[in-house]
Design a protein around this ligand. Structure first.
Ligand code: ZN
Length: 267
């Protein structure tokens, strides 16, 4: 099953990308730059690709903020605080400089607000860039000292990757009908990085995207932001649900029930 294998390898790449990696923090000679409103793009020789990355990144920035209900107050990627995107001249030089595995299309360092890739990578522009930007924006909103529940961090980041979203949501509907979903009470506490079974890891990631999709689509971005704000303020998932959705889904159990209904009937 090619589709499934594609999704698995995609997820595994994201698992790796989620870890914090230092990439070319210091400015080296030979880098040219393009300054955008929220980004500085460093490149070696392919200006056209760098421009494309810059304009896509600006578009994603606006869209992610809007989708998640994050306002301008939440993020200031302006002037000296702009995010930096380094585009290496080749896959080899990117891998050598970043220590990335050979299949990776990008790496990110959230604390440095830095993302790296190599020129010509279409997968980076369509998939890795929105995913990693979402991690950066989301982690800044929650704060680096807090541990963000993994399902939420990855669910949100992957939900913003449109190139895969529909495939993943369809996949979840299939495993729902087969009764193979992980109970939500387990999902919210699962550290998938310690899970050896790739099948369970795959279900974990896909399911996280689906729950995020349900919460945002059904109840809107503003309340989703409020829910995330509760977790930022160190409330448990149940407390955050109770505070944000008191009438609709005030516990993990009721969230699970409503989400199953959504998987079944689409509403
Ligand atoms: Zn990720």
């Amino acid at each position: 099953m090619n589709g499934k294998r594609k999704i698995v390898s995609g997820f595994l790449s994201f698992m790796l990308l989620a870890s914090t990696i230092c990439v070319a923090a210091e400015k080296k000679s030979g880098w040219k730059e393009i300054k955008k409103k929220h980004f500085i793009i460093y490149y070696v020789n392919d200006r056209e690709f760098a421009q494309r990355v810059g304009s896509k990144a600006e578009g994603y920035y606006t869209k992610i903020g809007k989708d998640l209900g994050f306002t301008r107050r939440d993020n200031f990627w302006l002037w000296d605080n702009r995010a930096k995107i380094y585009i290496y001249s080749s896959r080899e030089s990117f891998i050598k400089a970043s220590g990335a595995p050979v299949w990776a299309a990008g790496k990110a360092n959230p604390k440095q607000r830095l993302i790296a890739t190599y020129q010509g990578s279409k997968r980076f522009i369509d998939s890795v860039l929105p995913h990693e930007m979402t991690h950066l924006i989301f982690m800044e909103f929650i704060g680096f000292k807090k541990s963000i529940p993994l399902w939420l961090n990855e669910g949100v980041a992957q939900w913003e990757d449109f190139s895969r979203r529909d495939d993943i949501l369809s996949f979840v509907k299939v495993i729902f009908t087969k009764g193979r979903l992980i109970p939500l009470a387990q999902l919210v506490n699962l550290d998938v990085r310690k899970v050896d079974d790739a099948g369970i890891a795959l279900v974990f990631y896909a399911q996280s995207v689906s729950v995020v999709d349900f919460m945002i689509t059904k109840y809107g971005a503003d309340r989703f932001r409020k829910f995330c704000g509760q977790l930022r303020d160190e409330k448990s998932v149940d407390e955050a649900l109770q505070f944000t959705y008191p009438k609709e889904v005030s516990t993990i159990e009721t969230l699970e029930k409503s989400w199953h209904g959504y998987l079944k009937d689409g509403r």
